[in-house]
Design a protein around this ligand. Structure first.
Ligand code: AHR
Length: 498
C-alpha cells in the first residue's frame, strides 16, 4: 500500500481561517434566482416567495457570504430596475446570458433573503456599462441612513434602516472580451480607483474587491493584476481570482491534479500583489478573494440548445459526478492551505446554476459536490496548521501531482483537529500517518468518507443518494500517531478531539 506521512506542529501555523472562504454565489442566471431561491406562489415558498427548502439547505451549509447579482449579468445591470413596486419594474434584455430579466427579485429582496438564509451579502456593482457615479448612488441607497435622495428612496421602498453592506466587488471579470463593457487593465484600474475612492468617501467602513484575471490562462494574466493594482492599490482590499476546471478530455488523473494549478495560480497572484506593494512602499497587503471557483463543463452542449431570450431557462445546470466532488474537496483544501492570504472565496454557484443544490417545482436534492462543501463549511473553522504531506506523486498535465491532498485545522476552543484529505489514487488505498504526540489524549471522534466505485456516479432527483458520505472505520490513534486508511478515490474528514 502507498504511504503518506502527514506532518503538523502546533506552533507552525498558516493562519486563522476567515469564515468567508466558504462563501458562495447567486447570479441572475438561469434558474438560480427564479425557481431556485425565489418562486412566489409555490407551496414550497414562504410569504415573500422565498423557497423554504433551499433556504433550509443553505442554512444547513452555514454559507457565510453570498456574492450577488453577478457574474457577467452585473456588467449591464441597473439595480434601480429591481427596487420599488414590483408592477413598475421593467422587463429587460440580459445580453450576457441572452435571457429576459423580469426584475421581480432585486436588491431589497436579496437582502431580506440573505437575512433568512443567515448569510452576509457580497454585492457586485456594474463597472461595465456604468461608472463611478452609479457606484456612489448604490452605496448611498444601501448604506446611508436618511436625508439624501437615494437613502430616502430606499426608505420609501419600505426599508427604513440602511442595509450596511460591507463587502463590494468592483465589477466582474473586466479583463474578459465577453464581458459587457470589457476594458483594458489601465481603463479598469483607473475606474476601480475612482469608484473605490468615492465609495469609501460615502462609507469608509466598506471593503472592496478589485477584479483580477478571470483565469490564469487569459493572455493578459499577470500584467492585468500588476497594472490594475498600480492604479487602485490604495483604495482596494482584495484582488479577485476565478477558475473553473473541466474533464472534457475524460482524463481523471489530470482532472484531479487541477488543484496543483489552483495552488500555483494563488501563489502567482500573491507574488504580483506583493511586488506592487514593494514598488509602492505600501504597508498594506492586498489579500485574495477567490470569488468564483468550481467545476464547469457538463452543461455546455445542452446550453447551446436553449431558446434565446427566454425567462429563467435551464442554463449551466451541470449534473455533478463523484470525481467532481473529489476535485471540489481538493480545491477546498487548497483554499485552506492559503488561509493566511485567501480571505474570501465563493463556490460558484449555489442553486441550480453549476451548483451543489438543485431544485424543481416539487423539491430539492443535493449534488455530489454538496458534501465536501458542507464538511468544509461546518468543520473547517479554526487555525490552519502547516501541513506537510510526504507521499508519492504522479505525472499530470500540471506537472507532479501528489496522490494525497491534505490540510489540518485546529480549533483550540473546542480542542479539535480536523484533517481533510483526498486520495487521488484511482486504484489503491493509501496508508496515512500523522504524528500527534503534541496532542496527548486526542482521539478520533468522527470520520467521514465520500467514495464510490464509479467516478461518474451522479445524484439526481430520481436517485439523490447515490453518492453520500459514510462513517469510516479505518482511522485510529495508536501510540501518538493518527493512522488512517484513505480509500482509493476518496474525500476524507477525520476529527480528533482532546
Ligand atoms: O459563474 C458563471 C460565470 O462565470 C459568471 O457569470 C462569470 O463571472 C464567469 O465567467
Amino acid at each position: 500500500m502507498k504511504q503518506a506521512k502527514i506532518c503538523i506542529d502546533r506552533d507552525f501555523l498558516v493562519g486563522q481561517v476567515d469564515k468567508r472562504i466558504f462563501g458562495s454565489f447567486l447570479e441572475h442566471l438561469g434558474r438560480a434566482i427564479y425557481g431556485g431561491i425565489y418562486q412566489p406562489g409555490s407551496p414550497l415558498s414562504d410569504e415573500q416567495g422565498f423557497r423554504k427548502d433551499t433556504l433550509d439547505l443553505i442554512k444547513q451549509l452555514q454559507v457565510p457570504i453570498v456574492r450577488y447579482p453577478g457574474g457577467n449579468f452585473v456588467s449591464d445591470y441597473h439595480w434601480e430596475d429591481g427596487v420599488g413596486p414590483k408592477d413598475l419594474r421593467p422587463r429587460r434584455l440580459d445580453p450576457a446570458w441572452t435571457t429576459i430579466e423580469t426584475n421581480q427579485f432585486g436588491l431589497n429582496e436579496f437582502m431580506d433573503w440573505a437575512k433568512k438564509a443567515e448569510t452576509e451579502p457580497m454585492m457586485a456593482i456594474n463597472l461595465g456599462t456604468r461608472g463611478f457615479e452609479d457606484a456612489k448612488n448604490i452605496i448611498e441607497y444601501c448604506n446611508v441612513k436618511k436625508g439624501t435622495y437615494y437613502s430616502d428612496l430606499r426608505r420609501s421602498h419600505g426599508y427604513e434602516e440602511p442595509h450596511n453592506i460591507k463587502l463590494w466587488c468592483l465589477g466582474n471579470e473586466m479583463d474578459g472580451p465577453w464581458q459587457m463593457g470589457h476594458k483594458t487593465a489601465d481603463e479598469y484600474g483607473r475606474l476601480a480607483e475612482e469608484a473605490g475612492r468615492i465609495m469609501k468617501m460615502v462609507d469608509p467602513s466598506v471593503e472592496l474587491v478589485a477584479c483580477g484575471s478571470s483565469g490564469m490562462y487569459m493572455p493578459t494574466f499577470g500584467t492585468w493584476e500588476e497594472t490594475v493594482l498600480e492604479h487602485c492599490y490604495e483604495q482596494v482590499d482584495y484582488l479577485s481570482l476565478h477558475t473553473y476546471y473541466d474533464n472534457v478530455e475524460n482524463n481523471s488523473r489530470d482532472f484531479l491534479a487541477s488543484s496543483v494549478a489552483m495552488d500555483g495560480f494563488i501563489s502567482s497572484v500573491l507574488s504580483i500583489c506583493d511586488a506592487v506593494q514593494a514598488k509602492k512602499r505600501q504597508k498594506k497587503k492586498i489579500n485574495l478573494s477567490f470569488d468564483e471557483w468550481n467545476v464547469w463543463y457538463h452543461s455546455r452542449e445542452q446550453d447551446k440548445k436553449v431558446e434565446p431570450w427566454s425567462e429563467a431557462p435551464h442554463l449551466l445546470e451541470d449534473v455533478y459526478n463523484f470525481e467532481d466532488a473529489l476535485l471540489v474537496g481538493s480545491m477546498l483544501i487548497t483554499l485552506l492551505r492559503h488561509a493566511d492570504r485567501v480571505k474570501i472565496a465563493c463556490l460558484a454557484q449555489l442553486v441550480n446554476v453549476i451548483a451543489p443544490i438543485m431544485t424543481d417545482d416539487t423539491g430539492v436534492w443535493k449534488q455530489t459536490i454538496f458534501y465536501p462543501y458542507l464538511h468544509a463549511c461546518q468543520m473547517g473553522n479554526g487555525t490552519v496548521l502547516q501541513t506537510l504531506v510526504n507521499c508519492p506523486v504522479y505525472e499530470s498535465k500540471y506537472g507532479d501531482a501528489p496522490y494525497v491532498d491534505a490540510v489540518a485545522v485546529e480549533d483550540k476552543e473546542n480542542r479539535t483537529i480536523t484533517l481533510f484529505a483526498v486520495n487521488k489514487d484511482l486504484e489503491e488505498d493509501i496508508q496515512a500517518d500523522m504524528d500527534i504526540r503534541q496532542y496527548e489524549g486526542y482521539e478520533v471522534v468522527e470520520n467521514l468518507v465520500l467514495t464510490h466505485t464509479d467516478l461518474k456516479a451522479e445524484n439526481t432527483k430520481e436517485e439523490p443518494d447515490k453518492v453520500v458520505p459514510v462513517s469510516g472505520k479505518n482511522a485510529k490513534v495508536e501510540a501518538g500517531c493518527l493512522k488512517a486508511v484513505l480509500p482509493a478515490r476518496s474525500w476524507n474528514v477525520i476529527v480528533l478531539k482532546g
